[in-house]
Design a protein around this ligand. Structure first.
Ligand SMILES: Nc1ncnc2c1ncn2[C@@H]1O[C@H](COP(=O)(O)OP(=O)(O)OP(=O)(O)O)[C@@H](O)[C@H]1O
Ligand SMILES: [Mg+2]
Length: 409
């Protein structure tokens, strides 16, 4: 949909998000069930009461490794001492974690869930080893790919760790961008996971001194094909957001210009995909030696996502902490609106300690924008008073002793 066709009435009809969330042996929760409003949800409690863990659980309803990028093994609840009095599981040790939810989309209710399962893998030496695997269910049936979840829910998050997003290495920026792409292109989650898998295989073969050229070349061809598709999807998403942002008011959350800095993405400006794919496969072949010398390999696994503060003509990297947070908020607000306009359903926003670096004006402006967008936004804070303007318009959950101590609006 082009900017001229934007129909802002769709925002008044948005009703999507999680309506019930159940956690089992997830982090500090032995068992937690909560009913959620399709409205802002303010979660407050002292440090360490489990606010971020609830947001992380919701993030596991989307493809990937959740908002902490955690290893599956770290999520399982660690100590039986944390079991609240009213809940007595029959078997405490060795339980695997699970998150399940009822989500609403277009008036339909769908049950989705994700859990960890221990599977056996046959090794070459015919010995079997067990490993943890994340499984996904939709309406009680196991589905083969995590990307299926994207049909029912999408989520965008901001965490305190992302305060450094513009300062460090490019990997977290790339993941942030790729998550924005998933929301529009479900295949993108699969493509990036497959690319990573092939890259690891290629890397390990080269490190182990493999000389099987045919095998290496076939991996390079597959990586090149996936890589070009990844680059094209990223370019499309950036163009879509930039076009949309141009129509947005440049207010407390300043307008941004988004750019991709990647060899393959840049080549797609000038050359047809098929030529870029050939070039990429050749380039990977030329770079086999780099792996042996621990040098980096060019390609979509090194692309950077650049953000500029439009009015100031300043790279986000050089902006203040509060400005950087505002730029990120601008991006996620634009993405939320774009998703709602193009897809008719809004993402769930997971905003962990988001008001921490915002002054009073920006905090109130953000809360107002969330209300206007009618998205379900899960917002954590240690200080409930900062959200007084949402009284009567949001759900307020208080946490204590690994459970909910109050639930009111
Ligand atoms: N695998 C696990 N098993 C049990 N407890 C865990 C596990 N992983 C983390 N925790 C604990 O969960 C508790 C809640 O963590 P969480 O990050 O959700 O707190 P929070 O309320 O967001 O705190 P803060 O205000 O400091 O951000 C912490 O005490 C943490 O040590
Ligand atoms: Mg926290």
């Amino acid at each position: 949909m082009e900017a001229a066709e934007i129909n802002f009435n769709v925002f008044s009809e948005v009703k999507s998000g999680v309506t019930r969330l159940t956690l089992t042996d997830f982090r500090n929760y032995a068992f937690l069930r909560l009913n959620a409003e399709l409205a802002p949800i303010v979660i407050t409690g002292e440090n360490g009461t489990g606010k971020t863990n609830i947001l992380e659980a919701v993030s596991f309803l989307t493809p990937g490794r959740g908002l902490r990028g955690a290893r599956l093994a770290d999520i399982k609840r660690l100590t039986p001492a944390l079991v609240p009095d009213e809940y007595q599981p029959t078997e405490i040790s060795n339980n695997n974690w699970a998150v399940s939810a009822v989500v609403q989309r277009d008036g339909d209710e769908i049950e989705i869930g994700t859990a960890v399962e221990r599977s056996a893998r046959e090794d070459d030496e015919e010995e079997s080893r067990s490993f943890d695997r994340r499984i996904v269910k939709v309406n009680g049936n196991k589905v083969s790919s995590q990307s299926e979840l994207g049909k029912y829910i999408s989520a965008i998050w901001l965490t305190p760790q992302m305060d450094r997003l513009f300062r460090g290495g490019s990997q977290p920026r790339r993941s942030f961008l790729d998550r924005l792409v998933y929301a529009f292109d479900l295949e993108h989650a699969k493509r990036t996971a497959n690319f990573e898998h092939l890259y690891k295989q290629w890397y390990q073969l080269l490190k182990s001194g493999c000389r099987d050229n045919a095998w290496l070349a076939s991996l390079e061809e597959s990586m090149a094909a996936l890589g070009v598709a990844i680059a094209a999807a990223r370019r499309e998403q950036i163009a879509k957001l930039n076009r949309f942002i141009e129509t947005e008011p440049d207010d407390v959350f300043p307008n941004v210009v988004l750019e991709l800095d990647g060899q393959i993405e840049k080549m797609l400006d000038k050359s047809p995909a098929i030529e870029v794919e050939d070039f990429y496969a050749r380039r990977l072949c030329e770079q086999r030696r780099n792996i042996l010398y621990n040098d980096s390999v060019d390609g979509v696994n090194r692309t950077d996502f650049k953000v500029f503060y439009k009015k100031k003509r300043m790279s986000a990297e050089l902006c203040s902490t509060g400005e950087q947070k505002s730029l990120l908020i601008s991006i996620i607000l634009a993405q939320s609106k774009c998703q709602t306009l193009h897809q008719g359903f809004a993402p769930v926003l997971l905003l962990d300690e988001v008001v921490a670096h915002l002054d009073d004006i920006k905090r109130e402006a953000l809360l107002e924008k969330i209300r206007e967008l009618r998205v379900q936004a899960w917002i954590t804070s240690t200080d409930a008073e900062l959200f007084d303007s949402l009284r009567g318009k949001a759900q307020f959950l208080g946490l204590e002793n690994n459970g909910i101590c109050h639930d009111r609006s």
